[in-house]
Design a protein. Sequence first.
Length: 140
Amino acid sequence: MIIDIDGRYPFFHEITGVAMEIHSQFHGGLLESAYEAALAYLLPQKGYLVERQVYLPIYWKDVKLDQNYRMDLVVNKDIIIELKSAKYHGNSERRQLWNYMNITHLKYGMLINFAPDGLYSEWYIRQENGTIDKVKYYQK
């Protein structure tokens, strides 16, 4: 389901704008870590709290397993940003973000791909019932 957000979530637009600025400077093709570092530098200048490489432990029932995921960026403690630097992205990258959103119960997610041919940004909202809805898809 795609929701028309009517400007209700300005942070999606603002974060995508910063990503556009980074893509204009660096273009596509660098390692994800370069784009991550640039976002972590620029977003706090706009008033965002940014955490990098946030560990997400995995549990089997009540037992913490010897395995962790790492979320690229968590912004304002409620937006997960998964970064890619690939020619294409598909359902496996989306599922990675959706799994993070479901495990953490964080409400917002963004998949940003700094592709060689342009910037792609997908915005998601996790509903109270656990479903994840695509809010918008942006391509530059």
